[in-house]
Design a protein around this ligand. Structure first.
Ligand SMILES: NC(=O)c1ccc[n+]([C@@H]2O[C@H](COP(=O)([O-])OP(=O)(O)OC[C@H]3O[C@@H](n4cnc5c(N)ncnc54)[C@H](OP(=O)(O)O)[C@@H]3O)[C@@H](O)[C@H]2O)c1
Length: 267
């Protein structure tokens, strides 16, 4: 695959690292205006570093856009005359909808939106995908790319903001739960490093249990809540303090916020 990442910042670099680790490319163009931070990637023979987006587009088939929203339209305007039927456009840009992209480059182009999260850097992203009708003919290629970098799910574009909250913001939500568990473990006598190790691996184990068993989380909870035992005592105390309710309220608050940000900044 000949891939270009247009805008190799935090997310673009994480995608690049994942593609390189997986040997998923025949050529990889990495662009940004100031390329000094990317120089060490030049040692990969497949990688070309450039600040020239047009050069990257001409030498690539799959274009992954990872710039800030405010830069995207100008970049599309700059490269659109170079687009051919070989190009697949994959945008990771939050809130920038498929019809907005099509309005610049044309609805005949293969246009796909991807919403990964930062776990893409370790090959564990949950990436949601949607496309225009033309793009649906090539969405399997986007799935193949993002399945190498975690797992992916094709959803309607109307659910993309909700997916952003659950998956991209969700990384922060889960991190805070890991941190809180770590603080609890320190209070129970573990040193900070041990406490974090216990919290992280237990979180990973819980997720792996439901992924690999296919069980409902509550079925796994039933296995560890002995009647009158310590687990149900602690769990019910957390629920009295609003654990599930506060998580749901936080998710809904983020969702309301992302919709107002979109209306103000994008539309
Ligand atoms: N981080 C996440 O978890 C995440 C998740 C999902 C989606 N997203 C979306 O991904 C996009 C990128 O996020 P990010 O956190 O990676 O931002 P970022 O670190 O600011 O990266 C954007 C990069 O674009 C480059 N750039 C700006 N103008 C350019 C141009 N004309 N041509 C080529 N490169 C250009 C910038 O480098 P120079 O200034 O050197 O050009 C910068 O390194 C955002 O739209 C965000 O909404 C992020």
């Amino acid at each position: 695959m000949k891939i270009a990442i247009i805008g190799t910042g935090n997310l673009g670099l994480a995608i690049a690292k994942g593609l390189l680790i997986n040997n998923a490319i025949t050529s990889l163009y990495l662009t940004k205006r100031d390329t000094s931070s990317l120089e060490k990637y030049q040692e990969h023979k497949e990688v070309t570093i450039t600040s020239d987006n047009r050069e990257a587009v001409m030498h690539s088939d799959i274009l992954i856009f990872a710039v800030q929203p405010g830069h995207f339209t100008a970049i599309l305007e700059d490269i659109k005359d170079l687009l051919t039927e070989k190009h697949i456009l994959i945008s990771t840009i939050t809130g920038y909808k498929v019809p907005q992209i099509a309005a610049v480059v044309g609805d005949h182009q293969f246009i796909i939106r991807a919403m990964p999260n930062t776990a893409i850097a370790v090959g564990e992203s949950m990436t949601c995908l949607c496309s225009n009708v033309t793009g649906s003919k090539r969405i399997a290629i986007a799935e193949a790319i993002f399945n190498k970098l975690g797992t992916s799910l094709i959803i309607p574009e109307a659910q993309m903001q909700a997916a952003t909250v659950i998956c991209a913001s969700g990384i922060a939500f889960w991190m805070r739960l890991i941190r809180a568990t770590t603080q609890g473990a320190i209070q129970l006598g573990f040193d900070a490093a041990e406490a974090q190790q216990l919290a992280m691996q237990t979180c990973l184990g819980a997720a792996s249990l439901v992924i690999k068993s296919g069980n409902h989380p509550e079925a796994e909870i039933d296995k560890v809540t002995t009647p009158k035992g310590c687990t149900i005592e602690g769990l019910n105390e957390m629920e009295h303090a609003g654990l599930s309710s506060s998580l749901i309220k936080g998710i809904v608050a983020s969702y309301h916020k992302i919709n107002t940000i979109e209306k103000r900044n994008i539309l």
